[in-house]
Design a protein around this ligand. Structure first.
Ligand code: FES
Ligand code: FES
Length: 172
């Protein structure tokens, strides 16, 4: 059967979905009208990072991409990360560290951090900055957000070190 030219199919948060769209509709607009409102519209111009989602594991600005460009891809939004009952480690650190002010930037920050943790095994500050510098916080809460992320990354690094030590010393 011939595909309707006004539909786009992709995997969204682990489920294969098909949506009706228009050639000029942005991925961000499609996600929000389909109820994925955790992804925010900030600048609409690729400068603030509020609209960050993962596409095939990489953080992208969904305000810049046409929905049609998601065809066949794997897209993840903030709705796939943690729940109210069981937040992700970073979400819990943001809460515990009182790092969230208005919260508008936070979903994008979390998605960029997800991309970082998926792609990298070690997290020196310069690498973390590279992943996070496309996400702006208008409340300027950077220090607490950074602190929360740093605690998560430090724990991951420590965990890896311990498991590689116990592998190299079977008696440990
Ligand atoms: S809304 Fe996409 S970068 Fe600002
Ligand atoms: S917490 Fe308000 S924009 Fe970051």
């Amino acid at each position: 059967m011939k595909k309707n030219p006004n539909t786009v199919s992709f995997t969204l948060n682990g489920e294969r979905k098909t949506f009706i769209t228009e050639p000029n509709e942005k991925l961000l607009a499609l996600l929000r009208r389909e109820g994925y409102k955790g992804t925010k519209f900030g600048c609409g111009q690729g400068t603030c990072g509020a609209c960050t989602v993962l596409m095939d594991g990489r953080a992208i600005y969904s305000c810049l991409l046409f929905a049609m460009q998601a065809e066949g891809r794997d897209v993840r939004t903030i709705e796939s990360v943690g729940t109210h009952e069981k937040p992700s480690e970073f979400q819990q650190e943001l809460i515990d560290g009182a790092a969230v002010q208005c919260g508008f930037c936070i979903p994008g920050m979390i998605m960029s951090a997800e991309a970082l943790m998926k792609a990298e095994d070690v997290y020196p500050d310069d690498v973390v900055r590279e992943y996070m510098d496309g996400n702006l916080c208008r409340c300027t809460g950077y220090e607490k957000i950074w602190g929360a992320l740093r605690r998560v990354l430090d724990r991951r690094e420590e965990g890896r070190e311990q498991s590689s030590e116990s592998r190299s010393d079977p008696k440990a």
